[in-house]
Each structure stands twice: as structure tokens, then as C-alpha cells.
Design a protein around this ligand. Sequence first.
Ligand code: HEM
Length: 492
Amino acid sequence: MELFGTLVLASIVLGLLFFLFRRDSSRYSKMPPGPTPLPFIGNVLQLDSSAIHESIMKLKETYGTVMTVHLGTQRIVALVGFDAVHEALVQQADAFAGRAVSPLIMKLTGDFGLIQSNGERWKQMRRFSLSTMRDFGMGKRSIEKWIQEEAKHLTEEFRKTKGSPCNPTVFLSRAVSNVICSIVFGQRFDYQDKNFLNLLSLMDTNLHLLTSPIGMLYNMFPVFTKLIPGTFNKVVKNMNEIKQFISAMIHQHKAALLNDSPRDFIDSFLIKMKQESDNPATEFNLENLIITVMDLFTAGTETTSTTLQYGLLLLMKYPHIQEKVQKEIDAVIGRGRAPAMEDRRKMSYTDAVLHETQRFIDLVPLNAFHWTTKDTVFRGYTIPAGTVVSPVLHSVLFDKTKWATPYTFNPGHFLDENGCFKMNPAFMPFSAGKRVCAGEGLAKMELFLFFSTLLQNFSFQPTEEPDKISLTPNSKSFFKLPVPYTFFAIPR
Ligand code: HEM
């Protein structure tokens, strides 16, 4: 009797699984082609986990520019090349505007804030964040002044090294992070401030842990956060400390809040919270405030400072390009005043070097993952709602049909025959469409002002022969970080 019961139960379970599988496979029957996945591990054997975008470029030869791959158990549609990425993100913007949140990030921050959210929450957080950042100077003269001031502090720090070897990583992230601090907290921190240094170190450690091989493993197989929990617990602990720091800042802001004159992003959010306190469905709550602030820090600090770090490394590898930039700075700005945004349009070469740096370093090769907000027909395939999509930025920034010499660092990609700056539509390091980087304007301003101020004041020399400098990043799949290096900052 017991055996009979077990058999009946087993057939019901198998029947259900069969039904679910059939239902699932019929939903996905018109998906783009791709390599056959193995149970549980998916296409791990076809995808080099240390450079997934490179494997996808190879698979393109077999499966074309729209393909399905499986990262572990996660099914992902990869879009390859400028045409496919542009068509999805810009021409079918609404359908591809969703954000896929990995189970790992879900465990860490939930779907609060701006980067990880979807639907009405995302719309409200994005609209509010963009307009408030603009109110506090993004894209305007007021933030230009903050950045110029911060660039001055940065040059003082480099001057203190007195020509001895130094690793620029922490210098750059303190300066860049202080720009976000000015918008979010209404203040900058001294470079020696212990709490500030701790905050930066926690963010940096988490980025390294999450992009390390074990972080990748967690992302692909969330079950490993339970099986090998050490690194995961460390990330959670760091994340909680970051949240505590932000909560303490919010607390201080609440105590000194004046309803009619917000001093910064936090004040504006707190005022909005008060205004919406009678609305039970409001998205303006403490959880969204804390995570949105954290989002602006994480998205705004490492991206911009890593770009500067890579930019200086490239200039040491190619000293003739460094000299040419300095000549242009001397001719347009001279040595007697701080670089300003209005100088940029007279500095085509420097602008081209900065754009080429962003293209060549290919910071976020797979982009942040999107998802389809509805069942979507794309190039003859049907992609069901809620499918994870990777608009592979690497494939756009290195698209052979759009760049003359994609694998060479070549500022000429952004110059016309008269040496004037020329934009290329495949310049997409900030992505495109509705989810395009919310800090693009700020990042561009920071890159130009920090970069030109540093080169106005210093020549950067490597501590090894230029041809020995390696441009190969430390970790490649989700965020490309240069191998740590030292240089001599020689005052000019
Ligand atoms: C060189 C610097 C930067 C690069 C290369 C960069 C790149 C990106 C990329 C590729 C995305 C994903 C877009 C997508 O999902 O399609 C993104 C999103 C985002 N970035 Fe940036 N970013 C930079 C600087 C900044 C700065 C300075 C801020 C802060 C103010 C910022 C805030 C954000 C936010 C909030 C999002 C999420 C937008 C959303 O989901 O709606 N980024 N960024």
C-alpha cells in the first residue's frame, strides 16, 4: 500500500513537472538560437567565465547577433553589435527597459532604489534623482565649481608624493566620490577622514569580491552563497556598514532639515517623503532613500575613478599622446587658471583621447542586465516578458563595422580629417535608451576636468618601461579593473 502511495505521488510530481516544462518550453519556443545548455551548469563549458563577452563574440559566428545563452540556470538573450543593441534599447525602448536583478543582488539590496528597481518605483526614483541631481548642479556651473575645487585638492595630494612612486587608485576614488558627496550630502570629506576612508574601502572591497571568481559563482549559482558562505557573509557585512553610514547621515539631515530650502539630495528626498506621507502607495520611503544614495555612490565612484585610472595608464603606455594632450592644454588653457567646461570645445584632441579611453577600456563589457517588460517580438524571435537581456556593450565599442581599428587605442576614431572632434554613434559606454546611465553628464564633466587639471599640473611617468605596461584588466566579465600600478607624478 505504501509503495502504491509513493508511486501515485511520484506520478503526480512528474506529471506536474512535465506540464510545467511543456508550458515553459512553449513560452520559449521562438527564442533566439544558442548553444545547447546542460542541466544546472547551462553553457558554462562554452562561456569563459573570466571573459564572457569574448565567448559571446565567438558564438556570434555560429548563432548570429541575437542569441540565447545560459549562465548556470539563468537564461539570457545576448544582443551583439551596434545594430542589434541600438534597435533593442532605442527603437524598442519600452520593451527592453526592465532591469534584471540577480538573486545575489536581490539578497543584498532587494529591488529598492534606482538601479535594481522596475515599474513605477523605478520611474519615480529615476525622475526624482535626475531632476534633483540637476537642481544640485549636475550639468551646470555649480557642480563645475565643486569639481574644479576637488581637482585642486587632488593635485595637492599628488604634489605631496614629491615625485616618489605612488598608486593613484585611492587618490582618484576619494576625489571622485567627494563630487557625489557634494550632491548627496552637501559636503566634501577631508581625504584623511576615517569614516570617509572606511566607506570607500568598503565599497571597493565589495566591488572586488563581487567581481572575483567566487562572486561570479554566486551570481551564476546562488546556492553557493549557502554552500560556501564566507565571501558572501563578508559582502553582506560590508553592505550593512555602508547602509549604517548612510542612515547616520540621513539622521543628521533630519535633525537640521528646513522644509523650504533643501541643501542637497537627502534633504530633497526627506521633504518629498513628508509631502507624500498621506499616500500609502508612496515610493518615497527610507528604504528607497538609503538604497538610492548607495546606488549613486556605487555607480558613480568606481566607474569614473577607474576610467581616470585607466586613462593615466594609457597615457604612460603612449607618452606621445600624453605630450600632445599637454600641448593642447598649454595652448588653450595655459598654466595660470583651472580648466573649465567651456574649454572642451576648443580641445578636440583631449576630448578625443577621453572618448577613446572610454571606448577602449570597455568598462562594463556585458552592460548591466536588462529584462523584457512584455512579450516582445525582436528580429523574428519572440522573447517572453521577464527574460534577462544583455545588450553587450563590448560588441558595440569594438564593432568592426563602426571603428577603423577597434583593437587599437586610436584617438583618431573621434577626429575628422581637419582634426576636429567627431562623435561616433557606436560610442556607448554609458549604454543607451531608457536605462542609459543616470550620471552620464556628471561623469563626462568629471572626466574632462580631473583629467585636464592633472595633465596641466603633472607629467605621469611609469615605474617600468612603457612597452612592458599591461593593459589587460584584472577581472573582465562584469567590470574591467586595471591591474594596480604605480607611477611618478612629476610636477610640470
Ligand atoms: C565613466 C563613468 C560611468 C560609466 C562608464 C557608467 C556606465 C553605466 C552603465 C553602462 C549603466 C547601465 C545602463 C543600462 O542599464 O543600460 C549605468 C547605469 C547607471 N549609472 Fe552610470 N556610469 C558612469 C558614471 C556614473 C555616475 C557618475 C553616476 C552617478 C551620478 C552614475 C549613475 C548611474 C545610475 C544611477 C545608473 C542606473 C540607471 C537606471 O537603472 O535607470 N553613473 N552607468
